[in-house]
Every structure is written in C-alpha cells, then in structure tokens.
Design a binder for this molecule. Structure first.
Ligand code: N01
Length: 535
C-alpha cells in the first residue's frame, strides 16, 4: 500500500494490545502495511493486564490457552502450572511482544474516543486522547469481557471505605489482613477471588444474587510427561481440539446421557469432575441440548456441593437450580470448601436484597460493617467495548444505535454500514464459547488474508452485506434456540444488564463456524460486498 504512510496515517489502526491486538500486529508486520496499535493502558495484555485480582488464572489448560502461530515459541515456552496464574500469562504476553519486536508499534496510554468513517475518502478518522489518525482499516481487538458492569445499587457512590473491582485490581499488593470485606457477585472472577482472600480477611461477606456451577480445577505444577507428549505433537493436538464443539480438548461430543446407563454416566461425570475442569460434560453431546440429560449433570454437581459444604442451608443457597452450562461454567480452587470457614458468610440476595450501601456498611437482612467492598459484577459482554465509544459508519450511523435492538455482525468479523472495520471475536463468532486463544488466531489469520486478497484484487472497501449479516444472526439464534443457552439468563444473551437488548451473541459450534469461514473465503468472501454500499 502507500509507502509514504506516517504513524498518524497508517494503513491499519488496531485498537487494543491484548492477546488479539498483539498477534494482529505481528501478523501484519511483514506485509508492507504500516500498522499502529493504540492501547489505553500503559501495559499490554488486555484482560490479563486489568484482571489482577488474587487467584486470577486461566481456566483452560495453558498448553491450550497459548498461541500456536509460531512453533518455536510454543516449544520454547514452559508453563509452570496446568492452569497458569495471571502474572505468568502477562509475562508470556510480554515475552511474545519482545520476542517478535512488537512494542515499538504500540502506542500506550492512548485511548480511542471516536472512530468515524470518512465516506469521501473511504478512510477511518480515529480520534484518541492524544492524536487524530487516518487509516484505511480499523481493527477492533478490544476483547469480549473488557467493559465492567457497575451495579446500580443505592449508596454505592457514598461508600467511604476501600472500593475495589476484580476487573481493575490495583497493581500493588492490596493488604486485606484483618479487614471486614464484602464481595458482590459470584461469577468466575469472584469464585477465583474468594478462596484466596478468605485466608487473610477477618470476615468475608459474599453477596450472591445467582449461584454458579463450579468444577474443581485440580490445578497443580505442570506434569512434565504431559507437556513433553503434547509438545511432541503440538500441531496435531491443536487440530484435534479444534474439531470439538467448543474447540477445547476433552470436550468431544460422543455419547448421549439419554441413551447411557445412569451408573456409567455418574462414573464418567465423577472422572470428569476430578480431571476435566471446564470439560466436565466431556463425552456427552446432549448436556447442552436435552433438559433431562442436562439435569443429570446439574444434579451431580449439586450433590457435590452438598457433600463439600457442611452447613446444609449454605449448601442449598450455593446450589444453582438452572441448566448447567447455560451460564458460563466456573472452574475453581477450593471455592465451595471456603464456605466451611467461620469467617466466610453467604448472603443470598434473593431472600435478602441489598437495600443500600452506607458510608461503611451494607444494609441487607442486617447491617454488615465493612472496610472493603469488592465489585465482581461482571462485564457488558461482547459488545461493551464497541458501544462504549462512538464508532460512526456510513451516513453518520453510530454502532451503538445500530445495535440497540441487538448486535448483528457477519461472522463476528464485519458489520454492515461499517466498511473496512473488522472485529476480532465479535458477536456472532464462537469467541466466549470456545478457547479464546485459537479463536483469536483464526480471526487474525482470516483478517490478514482478507486484506491481502483485497490488495491482490484491487479492492478498496469491504463491508458485510446486510442480507448476509441478517441470515447469519438468524442462524446464531436458531442454533442457540435448540440449546439450554437460550433459556438461561446469562451475559451470553445480555440478561446481566437491564438496559441491554436481549439477544444471544456467540455462535455455538467451532467446527461448523470454521467450515463456514472456509466456504466464505473460497467463494471470494461471499457475503461481503466490495467497493459499494448496502444503500
Ligand atoms: O462476571 P459474571 P465475572 N447485584 O458476569 C452478579 C470470564 N472469566 O467477572 O448472575 C448483585 O460471570 C451476577 O449475578 P447474576 C468468564 O468467561 C474467565 O465473574 O447476574 N449481584 C454474577 O454473580 C466469565 O464468565 C476467567 O444474577 C450482581 C456476578 O455479579 C466472565 O469472565 C476468570 C449485580 C458477575 O458474574 C465473567 O466473569 C474470570 C448486582 N447489581 C472471568 N450485578 C478465567 O478463568 C451483577 N451481579 C479465564
């Protein structure tokens, strides 16, 4: 492309230097395109930079939750545990940035405030807190879970104690020793935080709106035998995993609970409970689609909670009653066991809602005096990072307005009215219902190939066709409609945020999605339109 590009008018602007932005930058590095990454923080890492709460770690084994684009990298890097903790993942991402000399093209502490498509020039005008850029392509690598959901609870603003959030945890060590601490929310972040901080605080008050199913991680030091075996066949291992519905090892769809002997099923679930973490359903294809089969797996976990938690009333409050897997399954290290500690107290918000937060207390069924309040209340998932700033497409339309009735995207990669804009793991792609790392790599590779194809074929502007986008999102919802995901309130369908449209956002099924992407590509990017608009 244009050889005279400067850093303020590059060919490509990438927003975000997390897992996706880092690899996108690397992928475009030797293509002749000038690229700049704009990162709000003073550090790279995205999710793994912000979410530094105690106990933060990945819940997909690190041998899978890692890049595969470079064989030497995946052979050289050694993870210390089966599921690595946040500091080690951040160290890995920094290593990748240094190893591939990426840092010089990342502008830190630069927040994108507005991205506006200039129809006359077919260029993106991108305004940040520091500069104005003009680029041909704009790629949002802003993550699926990056904009926190701040709860609307009376008095929160007046709280005068220490206010923390799992998603913006301070970098310096937070001393919670001997403090009375409250945590609101019981999703994955909280489930990882609670066992860690319970060890040091005086009292921990857990305010739970909805209980979650959680499976023990059985984490431990990396098994060197397993590591050597996987490294000896890494490419094949990755390929095998990608054939599974969620793109994760051990979650293969073979038998049906409905057609199996119940004792055999329980033995298999016991084995999965001990070994598989997120792959707890491993081997059973009907858990996400058949309510009765789902109930077998759900009841198994509820029985485990009853066995672990000594106080039956607490065990009952911790036991979810909805379909297992409908909300994101959690993976923990000693979560349910923590409720056997005398300093940990569970407050069920269904029977005792929070009335208000005072200067130094929370009023629910009684007054809880607290020094520290931790918000673990989740995210404006999948769309928050795209709707929280002004992204302006053709005819002045703002993405936030276009998505008011529910986000629509073609393949989670492109959006009608927003030409030359790509999203990495956007709504309508497997993303959060897959192993994010390979899903990110899949999108980055696809976007880089697509831009390369456009250059080779003298195409200037790409845009999703309205009809392809509509059909695709209908399929996303049709597939979800056949599963328990559709009938469970979760952040997958926007139910965690009152003001958000209720629409199912991720695509279920990595293999079907992968086939579709290949078909689209081999048919000259079928469903996208070039050098024309939908209007
Ligand atoms: O957020 P969540 P998270 N009053 O939305 C509650 C990924 N992740 O940060 O269910 C009281 O799951 C809310 O209640 P309810 C993973 O994909 C991965 O924990 O809406 N409570 C819920 O209990 C995960 O799924 C890892 O009724 C309120 C909680 O807050 C995703 O991130 C680690 C409330 C929010 O749970 C999000 O997890 C951590 C209110 N007003 C996270 N508003 C890995 O290991 C909300 N809640 C890779």
């Amino acid at each position: 492309m244009n050889q005279s590009k400067t850093s303020l008018n590059p060919d490509v602007v990438i927003v975000g230097a997390g897992v996706a932005g880092i690899y996108m930058l690397h992928k475009l590095k030797n293509t002749g395109l000038t690229t700049v990454v704009l990162e709000k923080s003073d550090e790279l890492g995205g999710t793994w930079n912000w979410n530094r709460y105690p106990g933060a770690r990945c819940d997909i084994p690190s041998l899978e939750y890692s890049y595969q684009f470079d064989e030497e990298l995946q052979q050289d890097w050694n993870w210390s545990e089966k599921y690595s903790a946040q500091p080690e993942i951040l160290e890995y991402l920094n290593h990748v940035a240094d190893r591939f000399d990426l840092r010089k093209d990342i502008s830190f502490e630069e927040e994108v405030l507005e991205a506006k498509f200039n129809e006359e020039l077919s260029l993106w005008d991108i305004k940040t807190n520091k500069e104005v850029y003009q680029s041909k392509f704009c790629i949002f690598a802003t993550g699926c879970l990056s904009v926190p959901n701040k709860p609307d609870i009376e008095g929160l603003e007046e709280f005068e104690g220490q206010l923390l959030s799992t998603s913006y945890w301070p970098r310096e060590k937070v001393d919670l020793a001997d403090k009375n601490v409250a945590i609101i929310g019981t999703g994955s972040s909280s489930i990882q935080t609670i066992p860690e901080i319970a060890k040091e605080v005086k009292n921990l008050y857990v305010f739970q709106r909805t209980p979650n199913y959680s499976i023990p991680s059985n984490n431990g030091p990396m098994d060197k035998g397993v590591e050597a075996d996987i490294k000896s066949r890494y490419a094949e291992f990755r390929k095998e995993n990608w054939k599974n519905g969620f793109g994760i090892a051990g979650i293969s769809d073979e038998a049906l609970i409905a057609e199996s002997d119940i004792d055999e099923v329980n033995n298999q679930l016991e084995d999965n409970w001990k070994n598989n973490g997120l792959g707890f359903f491993g081997g059973y294809a009907d858990v996400p689609i058949d309510a009765n089969s789902n109930e077998v797996a759900a009841a198994f976990v509820r029985n485990k909670i009853k066995e672990i938690v000594k106080d039956p009333k607490t065990a009952d409050k911790l036991s979810p009653k909805y379909h297992i897997g409908g909300k994101r399954l959690c993976v923990d290290t000693g979560y349910f066991e923590t409720f056997n500690r005398e300093n940990v107290h569970l407050i069920d918000l269904h029977s005792s809602p929070i009335n208000r937060i005072g200067k130094s207390n929370i009023e629910a069924d009684q007054e809880y005096d607290i020094d520290t309040l931790i918000l673990a209340t989740g995210f404006d998932a999948m769309t928050g990072a795209l709707t929280s700033l002004d992204i302006v497409g053709r005819n002045g339309i703002i993405l936030r307005d276009q998505w008011k009735q529910g986000a629509k995207s073609y393949l989670g990669l492109g959006v009608s009215n927003f030409p030359n804009l790509f999203t990495i793991t956007g709504p309508g792609s497997p993303s959060v219902l897959s192993n994010m790392m390979p899903s990110i790599e899949q999108h980055v590779n696809w976007i880089a190939d697509c831009i390369g194809w456009m250059i080779d074929n003298n195409k200037n502007v790409i845009e999703s066709s309205l009809s392809a986008e509509e059909e695709w999102m209908d399929l996303v919802n049709e597939i979800a409609g056949m599963t328990i995901f559709k009938s469970t309130e979760s952040w997958y369908n926007g139910s965690n945020i009152d003001s958000k449209a209720k629409a199912f956002l991720p695509f279920i099924g990595v293999p079907v999605y992968t086939e579709k992407l290949e078909e689209v590509t081999s048919n000259n990017y079928q469903g996208f339109i070039f050098d024309t608009s939908n209007n």
